[in-house]
Design a protein around this ligand. Sequence first.
Ligand SMILES: [Zn+2]
Length: 421
Amino acid sequence: MAALAVLCPLLVLALQGSGLWTAALQSPSLVIRVYPAANGVSAAAGVCAGTSPPSFSAGDVRRALFESANPKGSTAGATFSRCSSNRTRITAATSLVAEPVYLFCSGANDDQQWNIDGCSFEHFLGIAAAADAALTARGLTLSRFRHRVYLLPPSDACRGFVGLAQIGCLDAFDCRAWIGPNYWATPQSYVHELSHHLYLAHAGKYVDNGQGGRAFDQYADDTCYMGFCCADRCPNTPHAWQLGWISVQQLEGGLARGQALPVALPSQSLTAAGAGLRVLPAWSPGAPPLFVGYRTRHRGDAALDPSLASKVHVYSANITNQYDSVQTTWQAALEAGGSWEQPGSGLVVRATSTGPRAASVTVCRRGGMQETAASCLNELDWDCNGLAGAADPACLPLLPKRTTRRLAAHETAPSVQHSWE
Ligand SMILES: [Zn+2]
């Protein structure tokens, strides 16, 4: 679950604004099962102190990874293909689960000592280097495989460890991930770690800190597999957009005060085109972009927690392109009639309906805390409560008994741009 630092910031800057991409996990993956052998070559002499033999077979690993090995079950391949509309895939045809690699109990890599039961990055690097050398000696051409996943053996120190991965995957670096001993057969552990290779950071939210305050938990967004392991679900709206799996409707500024813009949101679980909304509140410097998406229990979200399904989810995220490895923040889940306001910007997102395949929302920029005679006369929704003019009870005492509808010039509806298809 933990992630390493982003690599090569200069290259990241150069690639900003390059538009749509499709995450390239079609590249072959190599899965390496590490066996802690006391004699360094086989299981004959027993395992190293503090370790035990791996408890999962190659078949278990394949059934966690490939749809072809487990057509009706949960697999990493199914999550990738179903959540991405087949844009990103991991298959048995392009990936290999290698025969076990037997390693000594300790060694050295670039003068750095490692232990087979070590549970930190330095040890993982040493184990990976030793495993790579053993595979190369066996005749395997490692450069055939873009992504390498090292399955760590059971050890006292690493008992609760889920996984670790390099963020991003550039040509100058090996793309390595490590999976903890209890998670070799857990599909979502692979999905999470391999998605770090695709530049995703974690998906969190603010939670009660137990002391009357709030603290950010980088894993606490249950609507995204970049949160806590291990329930099957797709990525959240900003991450799906970052991966190129959905396009979003974009609203960058252009929203006048008191104006409520209706937006139709197809379920992101079913539809890729326009299946989300990105709003940049340009009138409020420093306010992060908002992402709004709708999820239903279909395809890769078939097992989505019922408490999260058929809800409009609101996130904030400073992601601007596919290489932006920044965390996302879940803000709210809205049922029909529910609303959420972004602090500072006065931007109000309101769910107006939720259905089996789509939802509708309005995005409103608050003009003030309450309606005024002018806002009521001009049929603006100054307080963004979803009602305007004579339809808003707050306007009744402010309006003349008979009003003539009069629209201000700035009330012209802004357009929502469909882009990044
Ligand atoms: Zn992680």
